[in-house]
Design a protein around this ligand. Structure first.
Ligand SMILES: N[C@@H](CCC(=O)N[C@@H](CS)C(=O)NCC(=O)O)C(=O)O
Length: 214
């Protein structure tokens, strides 16, 4: 008797962080289903709030397991498909860099980029920067620049889920004109965005953007 692997389902909107997860699913060669949710309506419906009380996408279900938070989902998938080598082994020294950049992107970088876009940092005082986990916006940008400058990958010579997240955030932050178009950013991220799985995901998301919601 064969046991069936639990199904993967991505709760998704093409114009959202869920696009980052779609790239990861494509990178893993995963079989997955998509449930498209709409802002303000199905994303706030009771059945979805039962999965993610934040009423936000992405969320991933894997059988009875529910994972929310883009970086958590991407990390979960890296571990679910170990044969794809999308994370350094747990006992490898580069696991430290992997965690470092995953958490920096998910936490301080995401918060600082968003706050900058929304104008929340326009009047930031030194005391506020001292208190905030992301410090000052220019420090975050410089940290990102130094992380990728002259690098092909963040963790040695291995493409990992941390690169996928970094390139995704840099792409989004450029599109939204939040960060300057520094040569270090494009030299690092363009080859990653040109990976077949990334291009496939961009194509799928673009097609979904023009499609009528079900
Ligand atoms: N911290 C979450 C953020 C998710 C998030 O903010 N998603 C946005 C789209 S990118 C959303 O669903 N907004 C709709 C809403 O809040 O109603 C993550 O990293 O996944």
């Amino acid at each position: 008797m064969t046991t069936q692997a639990p199904a993967l389902r991505l709760f998704f909107h093409p114009h959202s962080r869920a696009a980052m997860v779609r790239w990861m699913l494509e990178e893993c060669g995963a079989r997955y289903d998509i449930t498209r949710l709409e802002f303000h309506t199905s994303m706030k419906a009771p059945d979805y709030l039962a999965l993610n009380p934040m009423g936000k996408v992405p969320a991933l279900t894997h059988g009875d397991t529910v994972v929310t938070e883009t970086a958590a989902i991407i990390s979960y998938l890296a571990d679910l498909f170990p044969e794809k080598n999308l994370a350094p082994a747990t006992n490898h020294p580069l696991r430290g860099s992997y965690y470092r950049w995953m958490f920096f992107l998910a936490g301080p970088a995401d918060a600082a980029l968003t706050a900058q876009y929304l104008g929340h940092l326009d009047q930031q005082t030194p005391e506020q920067a001292f208190m905030a986990g992301y410090g000052r916006f220019d420090e975050v940008v410089e940290t990102l620049r130094l992380a990728v400058a002259g690098k092909r990958y963040l963790c040695g010579d291995q493409f990992t889920a941390a690169d996928l997240l970094m390139a995704s955030y840099l792409r989004w932050a450029h599109m939204m004109k939040i960060i300057p178009e520094l040569p270090e950013f494009s030299a690092y991220s363009q080859p990653l965005l040109d990976r077949p799985a990334s291009l496939r995901s961009i194509e799928l998301c673009t097609a979904e953007m023009t499609a009528q919601p079900a």
